[in-house]
Design a protein around this ligand. Structure first.
Ligand SMILES: NC(=O)c1ccc[n+]([C@@H]2O[C@H](COP(=O)([O-])OP(=O)(O)OC[C@H]3O[C@@H](n4cnc5c(N)ncnc54)[C@H](OP(=O)(O)O)[C@@H]3O)[C@@H](O)[C@H]2O)c1
Length: 289
């Protein structure tokens, strides 16, 4: 498959590029800078220069692909506008020739809101974090598109041993030896290792049906207090985590960061059943240790 990956240098997208190349797909990454282009080439991908803020400059190229993966995010105050324009163009251009085309769109666990003890599945109604509420419409548009194969993946919190969603914890340990968590120690996060979620994207591109949605969660929840304490222990520190309120973290990082305080559980079993997804990192706390 010839695949264009948007966001191919990001937490999710870089893994997707690797997974697709490993599975012998022909991968091109959109790059907005020389540095991004260099990283894509180093990963074995080709490069399409372009910026998601200026999609008209490169959108014509999508006709040459079997699939587009949207895993880019500018994480800016105007995300709603930028993403809306991008999705309009992708849905308008893909699937308009004889070539069958797919669009794999990235949603996210924060669209389910605070599930508490209930486990969110792909059938659970959305209750999105306000900062991302606009993306529900895009998820629904991609899934219901009839002129292309629209697929949605909802990644859980994406981690690697010391990085991605754990990176802030590591920086806290490096700078003041005490990890800050949001809400309370009992706030639960669904988790997925970045390589596992990347494998899910590749499997979905290869075999998901049009309109399908899959949650990318290896474990349905881990209390953030346990994550913080495991990371502290490994670093030789004994101080318990410090608690930040959601207002404090939003003031520090932006409204999106309220998601760090969502108490959630999310199931990734549908992908295991239907796509044969076998996560290789079933135990995030063991990964930390
Ligand atoms: N990470 C998670 O735990 C998680 C969980 C659920 C859902 N999600 C969703 O997944 C998506 C990707 O998240 P992520 O964590 O992978 O983000 P990320 O690590 O910040 O990566 C963002 C990617 O978008 C690219 N990008 C940013 N602005 C761009 C622009 N103007 N033009 C072209 N490319 C641009 C970046 O390229 P550069 O290298 O040039 O910066 C990078 O490749 C987001 O929608 C996020 O909400 C993430």
């Amino acid at each position: 498959m010839r695949v264009l990956v948007l966001g191919g240098t990001g937490s999710i997208g870089a893994g997707v590029v690797d997974a697709l190349i490993t599975r012998r797909h022909d991968v091109v990454g959109l790059a907005r800078s020389a540095n991004a282009a260099k990283r894509l080439v180093a990963a074995g991908a080709s490069v399409l220069p372009g910026d998601i803020r200026e999609p008209l400059a490169w959108i014509g190229a999508v006709s040459g692909f079997d699939a587009v993966v949207q895993a880019a995010s500018a994480f800016g105050a105007d995300d709603e506008r930028v993403e809306g324009a991008l999705v309009d163009l992708l849905l308008g251009r893909l699937g308009t020739t004889d070539r069958p085309q797919s669009l794999l769109y990235t949603g996210g666990c924060w669209l389910y809101g605070a599930s508490g003890d209930a486990v969110a599945t792909e059938d659970t109604a959305f209750d999105p974090l306000p900062a991302f509420a606009w993306s529900v419409a895009h998820v629904n548009r991609v899934r219901s598109a009839s002129h292309l194969r629209g697929i949605v993946i909802h990644p859980a919190m994406v981690y690697e041993r010391d990085g991605r969603v754990f990176e802030r914890f590591r920086r806290d340990l490096d700078s003041h030896r005490r990890i800050r968590i949001v809400g309370s120690e009992s706030v639960r996060w669904p988790l997925v290792h970045r390589r596992d979620v990347a494998a899910l994207y590749a499997l979905a591109l290869e075999s998901a049906n049009a309109g399908a949605a899959y949650n990318g969660a290896t474990v349905d929840s881990v209390p953030v207090g346990e994550i913080a304490r495991a990371m502290s222990r490994r670093a030789g520190h004994s101080a318990p985590p410090a608690i930040q309120t959601t207002d404090e973290v939003a003031a520090e990082l932006g409204e999106w960061a309220r998601g760090l305080g969502l108490d959630q559980r999310m199931s990734g079993w549908k992908a295991r059943r239907e796509l044969g997804w076998v996560p290789l990192h079933p135990d995030p706390l063991a990964d930390i240790a």
